[in-house]
Design a protein around this ligand. Structure first.
Ligand SMILES: Cc1ncc(COP(=O)(O)O)c(C=O)c1O
Length: 400
């Protein structure tokens, strides 16, 4: 047997980017440090304690007492898939509110799980049309309604309470995507009686991508336990995952799959940082930096893509001015300032920039730096900047 020469590949040396896109967000050095801690086994007493603590901290950020609250191994989409394959049986209807890219993704997952999506198509850049959703709910046999709390593709925050009212018309189940709200906007899983909620680690929790926190209400667990068919995914079956994660703290842990130890260390530290700051302070910080950014963007003569009352604090969609090349400005920001911002997705492709101010990235420094850099890049591209964005944001900070 001849073996090819071993490839000579240089060691990675990633630059220190300022991550102000739709995710991942900047990660605190404390999180990076714990990721270089020694590995232990996935049933080691230290790791079992880590799991208990991660669950306790996740209940805090989800604002729930749900026993079934765990980080699924995989990114946000794995959490999404876990919600779909566990809560829905083949042939079952689900009302899916679609006002952006991620509602669309869930609809595709529901189809693949053999469920019957009833699509409530709403305008991109606005919240869910509640009358349409109510009508779809009333006219269907669905027991589950889904919506995205924080639509990362559009920058829209969806109120959860009115959706709960709709599903309460016949004791339904509410499924919510909180990938871009967790750790910044209050989700209130228990307050809103959300039955299945999933999130990601790489947005406002400021942890690298790789785990998907999920939580299921006791009612949802009952629904899953009384399924007529097995959960279609072995890896994401919460019945099996529960045997490893234990429903109650301190319960026996049985092997299911090898948990990503390092990622759980990282989430543990990221969640400790969230708890130290406190959810309310964290929400206030995200709102303040979001508002300062908006003040700067508007002072420069640009517009936000979403009406003020529906705006996310974590993900800001800025309408790209006429005649300005989307990719050229983003490339300038990256190459000249090491700043990453996102381009538009789907309907919003080429129409908006997506500016993430999430977790450790939501700071006064980053807002002022981005506004200054953006002003320089826009001038270079021939845009007539109206007023100084930096001055407007600084004035906002001085008064707030
Ligand atoms: C709202 C929303 N849902 C789901 C996902 C999917 O998460 P991931 O890319 O981590 O798989 C994302 C990712 O950006 C998202 O923003």
């Amino acid at each position: 047997m001849t073996i090819a020469d071993a490839p000579a590949i240089a060691q990675l040396n990633p630059p220190r980017r300022i991550l102000l896109g739709p995710g991942p967000s900047p990660v605190d050095d404390r999180v990076l440090r714990v990721m270089s801690a020694p590995l232990v086994g996935h049933l080691d007493p230290l790791f079992v304690r880590t799991m208990d603590e991660v669950q306790e901290l996740l209940r805090y950020v989800f604002e729930t007492n749900n026993r079934l609250t765990i980080p699924v191994s995989g990114t946000g989409s794995a959490g999404m898939e876990a919600a779909v394959v566990n809560l829905l049986e083949p042939g079952e209807e689900i009302v899916i509110c679609i006002n952006g890219y991620f509602g669309e993704r869930l609809s595709e997952m529901a189809l693949r799980a053999g469920a019957k999506p009833i699509r409530v198509e709403c305008e991109w850049g606005g919240p869910v049309d509640l009358e349409k959703a109510r009508k779809a709910w009333r006219e269907s046999n669905a027991r589950v309604l889904f919506a995205v709390h924080a639509e990362t593709s559009t920058g829209v925050l969806q109120q959860i309470a009115p959706l709960r009212e709709i599903v309460d018309e016949r004791d339904g189940f509410l499924m919510i995507d909180a990938v871009t709200s967790i750790g910044a906007h209050s989700i209130g899983v228990d307050r809103n009686r959300v039955d299945a909620c999933y999130a990601g680690t790489q947005k406002a929790l400021s942890c690298p991508p790789g785990l998907a926190p999920v939580t299921f209400s006791d009612r949802a667990v009952e629904k899953i336990k009384s399924r007529k068919t097995k959960v279609g995914s072995w890896y994401l079956d919460t019945n099996l995952l529960t045997a490893y994660w234990g429903e109650t703290s301190g319960g026996a842990r049985a092997y299911h799959h090898t948990a990503p130890i390092t990622m759980n260390y990282a989430l543990h530290e990221a969640l400790r940082i969230v708890a130290e700051e406190g959810l309310e302070n964290r929400a206030k910080r995200h709102e303040r930096n979001h508002r300062a950014l908006v003040a700067g963007v508007e002072a420069m003569g640009m517009k936000m893509a979403v009406a003020p009352e529906h705006r996310l604090w974590t993900l800001n969609t800025v309408a790209i001015p006429d005649g300005i090349d989307d990719a050229r400005v983003r490339n300038r920001l990256l190459n000249e300032f090491d700043i990453e911002v996102g381009g538009g997705l789907g309907v919003f492709k080429g129409k908006v920039w997506r500016v993430g101010l999430m977790g450790a990235g939501s700071t006064e420094n980053n807002v002022l730096l981005l506004l200054g850099a953006l002003e320089k890049c826009l001038r270079d591209e021939g845009f007539k900047v109206k007023d100084s964005g930096v001055s407007a944001a600084a004035a906002f900070y001085a008064g707030n």
